[in-house]
Write a protein that binds this ligand. Structure first.
Ligand code: HEC
Ligand code: HEC
Length: 368
């Protein structure tokens, strides 16, 4: 072994010798900091409109790649057992099929891990909309004692001690590993996850010919408004909160609402953030894209199937839920959709399925 190593060093010494003869003083090592900019229009579809990209964190290939490494790396957790991807799994649209996710030492959280895609357009994050910037958000799971339980000072030391991160941070930000650049890289990677390749995208904004008759009827139901007397209702009024290309009201002033799950509040949701009684039981409206992959549903994962969700809106809504959105109360009468209407609605929801998200190598584990 030893002998072999010397054999390698010998030519290296010789080359150094040649160089030092040519030059008087060695030149400073040229900084390898030359990140490759990523054109937003290359990754964000025009139909979505361009998202706001933070001016101080332009997307670069190296930045996104570093963020991707960090996302899949269990070194971010106390005992190096849990990565972001333990709970946000690509094969489930970056959600978790378990009602509650397991963090370090098998500890359980309190809410369902949402799927992650098209975050670049989002204005608030988490079910209770408590975060506004992805770079701030990442510190929550890292430090949460039931998730990754990591001390961030220790984390910085850990990253500095690993060769792979010394090189990757230098390439992405021109400096040695630090927490600020860690959060910016993760912000870049999270923003880069885009899901826009579904039948619904070929329909958008209104090419009804791509739909089967069932999907078309489901679409019309989804976008129809019920009157307060006709039952079964001729419109299911989903679009007020889940309309548009994102299938989600992104504007926080209309997207944070109660959809009537409980008469008695167990999770205060947005009310816990604002401290206001009229925000109790309100949650951020999720996107309805990729539902096929992201069961279970709602902030607490209470519904195992899309059928159960449709039954909730059709027959089980709690009209006495505190702060129920008026958009969901049509004269205190349930929608009472027929079995066929429910099937149509389901067929339409399934058009928002993008299987390429599950296999796109740009978001997959870089360590494999
Ligand atoms: C132990 C499981 C677990 C781990 C590990 C975890 N998350 Fe999460 N994540 C969750 C849960 C649960 C929520 C919802 C929490 C809430 O809303 O209060 C969530 C929410 C999010 C959201 C908000 C999505 C939205 O639509 O509002 C983002 C973004 C996110 N996580 C990214 C990350 C990143 C990045 C990491 C790694 C640093 C990470 N998560 C690690 C379980 C986890
Ligand atoms: C007034 C706004 C509003 C309307 C109208 C509305 N929703 Fe929702 N929807 C929400 C909110 C808020 C949530 C999250 C609630 C929670 O988790 O506590 C949600 C959650 C969901 C989910 C779960 C998604 C997930 O990832 O967990 C599905 C599916 C859904 N809605 C479908 C529908 C359908 C179908 C309709 C029409 C019949 C509809 N919604 C009408 C606000 C609305």
């Amino acid at each position: 072994m030893k002998r072999k190593r010397y054999l390698f060093i010998l030519p290296a010494l010789l080359t150094l010798g040649v160089y030092s003869c040519k030059r008087e003083a060695p030149l400073p090592i040229k900084s390898p900091y030359q990140p490759t900019p990523v054109k937003p229009s290359d990754i964000f579809p025009a139909s979505f409109g361009m998202p706001l990209i933070p001016k101080d964190n332009p997307l670069t290939e190296e930045g996104i790649y570093l963020g991707r490494m960090l996302f899949y790396d269990p070194v971010l957790s106390l005992d190096s057992s849990i990565s972001c991807a333990s709970c946000h799994r690509q094969e489930f649209a970056f959600g978790d099929p378990k009602i509650l996710s397991k963090g370090v030492f098998g500890l359980l959280g309190t809410r369902n891990a949402p799927p992650l895609f098209n975050l670049a357009w989002q204005r608030t994050f988490f079910w209770d909309a408590r975060q506004r910037r992805l770079r701030d958000l990442v510190f929550e799971p890292i430090q949460d004692h039931r998730e990754m339980a990591m001390n961030v000072i220790k984390l910085e030391e850990k990253l500095k001690s690993l060769n792979r991160y010394q090189a990757a941070f230098r390439r992405a930000f021109g400096e040695e590993p630090n927490l600020h650049h860690m959060s910016l890289a993760m912000e870049q990677f999270l923003m880069s996850i885009v899901s826009a390749d579904s039948k619904f995208d070929r329909f958008f904004p209104r090419n009804l010919s791509v739909f089967t008759p069932e999907e078309r009827d489901g679409f019309l139901l989804f976008n129809g408004t019920p009157d307060s007397t006709t039952r079964p209702a001729t419109g299911a009024d989903c679009f007020h909160c889940h309309g548009g290309v994102h299938a989600q009201a992104i504007d926080p002033s209309i997207g944070i609402v109660s959809n009537g799950l409980d008469a008695t509040i167990t999770d205060k949701g947005y009310g816990n953030i604002t401290g206001k009684a009229f925000d109790l039981g309100k949650f951020k409206t999720p996107s309805l894209r990729n539902l096929v992959y992201s069961a279970p549903y709602m902030h607490d994962g209470r519904f195992a199937s899309i059928e159960e969700v449709i039954d909730h809106y059709s027959d089980n809504l709690k009209f006495n839920a505190p702060n129920l959105s008026p958009q969901l109360n049509h004269g205190n009468l349930h929608l009472q959709l027929t079995a066929q209407q429910k099937r149509n609605l389901m067929a339409f929801l399934k058009t928002m399925t993008d299987s390429s998200l599950l296999t796109n190598k740009a978001y997959s584990n870089p360590f494999r």
